[in-house]
Design a protein around this ligand. Structure first.
Ligand SMILES: N[C@@H](CCC(=O)N[C@@H](CS)C(=O)NCC(=O)O)C(=O)O
Length: 212
C-alpha cells in the first residue's frame, strides 16, 4: 500500500500514525505540495496529500483513507462501533482536520513554510492573529473536553486521539508549543501521543528539517 505525501503535513502524519497503530504495512512515496507526479495525481483528484494506492484502488483524503484502513484491518478497532463513540470519534477527526489544523496551518505555513521552503515571506499578521486569537479558544475547548483517562473517546486510543494529536508537531515547529500552565491536560495529551512510536518516528525525522 502506497501513501503519497510528506509527514510534514498533519493529514499525512495522521494516516502514517493510524497505519502504524494498526500495524499495517505502508510505503510512503514522498511528494511535495501540489506535486504534478502523475501517479499521485491519478490517486488524488484535487491534488492534495495524502492519497493512497492499494493495487488498482486509489483514494484521497486522510479521513477516507483511515476509514479504508480500519475496514481493511479491523483490529485494533480505532474507529468505535458503538453509536456514541463512533459519532464522537468522527467529530474529533472533523474538528482536528478543519478547525484545529485550519488555525495551526495558518501559523505553520506563514511562519515556517513560506520563508523556509517556498522562498517568500509569510503573512506574519495572519499567523500572529491565529496564534493569539484563533488557537487559544480551541485549546480551551480541548482542555475542557479531555477526560481524566487522557483519551478523547471510550477511554482508549482511537482515531480521535490520533487526528487531534497530528497537528501539534507543526505548532511546535512554528514556535507555538502548548502552554502547560493554561492547558495542562492538552500538554500532557500531546506529549503522550507524540511519544508513541507511531508518531515519534516521523516527528524525529522532521525535527531535523525544522531545527533553527
Ligand atoms: N481534507 C484533506 C486535506 C488535505 C490537505 O489540505 N493537504 C494539503 C497539505 S497539508 C495539500 O496537499 N495542499 C496542497 C494544495 O492545496 O494544493 C485531508 O484530510 O486529507
Amino acid at each position: 500500500m502506497i501513501i503519497y505525501g510528506s509527514s510534514v503535513s498533519p493529514f499525512v502524519r495522521k494516516v502514517i500514525a493510524f497505519a502504524a497503530e494498526k500495524d499495517l504495512q505502508i510505503k510512503v512515496k514522498s511528494i511535495g505540495l501540489g506535486s504534478a507526479d502523475p501517479d499521485f495525481r491519478s490517486a488524488s483528484p484535487i491534488g492534495k496529500m495524502p492519497a493512497l494506492r492499494d493495487g488498482d484502488f486509489t483514494l484521497a483524503d486522510s479521513s477516507a483513507i483511515v476509514a479504508y484502513m480500519d475496514a481493511l484491518k479491523p483490529e485494533p478497532a480505532l474507529i468505535p462501533a458503538e453509536a456514541r463513540g463512533r459519532g464522537k470519534a468522527i467529530w474529533w477527526d472533523e474538528f482536528a482536520d478543519t478547525v484545529l489544523m485550519g488555525a495551526g496551518l495558518k501559523i505553520f505555513f506563514n511562519r515556517v513554510m513560506c520563508p523556509k521552503f517556498l522562498g517568500r515571506p509569510g503573512d506574519m499578521a495572519a499567523a500572529d492573529h491565529a496564534a493569539q486569537h484563533e488557537l487559544p479558544p480551541l485549546l480551551d475547548y480541548l482542555e475542557g473536553s479531555l477526560p481524566d483517562s487522557g483519551w478523547l473517546v471510550e477511554d482508549r486510543l482511537t482515531l480521535a486521539d490520533i487526528a487531534v494529536a497530528s497537528g501539534f508537531p507543526n505548532l511546535r515547529y512554528a514556535g507555538c508549543p502548548v502552554d502547560a500552565r493554561r492547558h495542562p491536560k492538552v500538554a500532557a495529551f500531546v506529549d503522550k501521543m507524540l511519544s508513541r512510536p507511531s508518531f515519534a518516528r516521523s516527528v524525529e525525522r522532521e525535527a531535523k528539517l525544522f531545527a533553527a
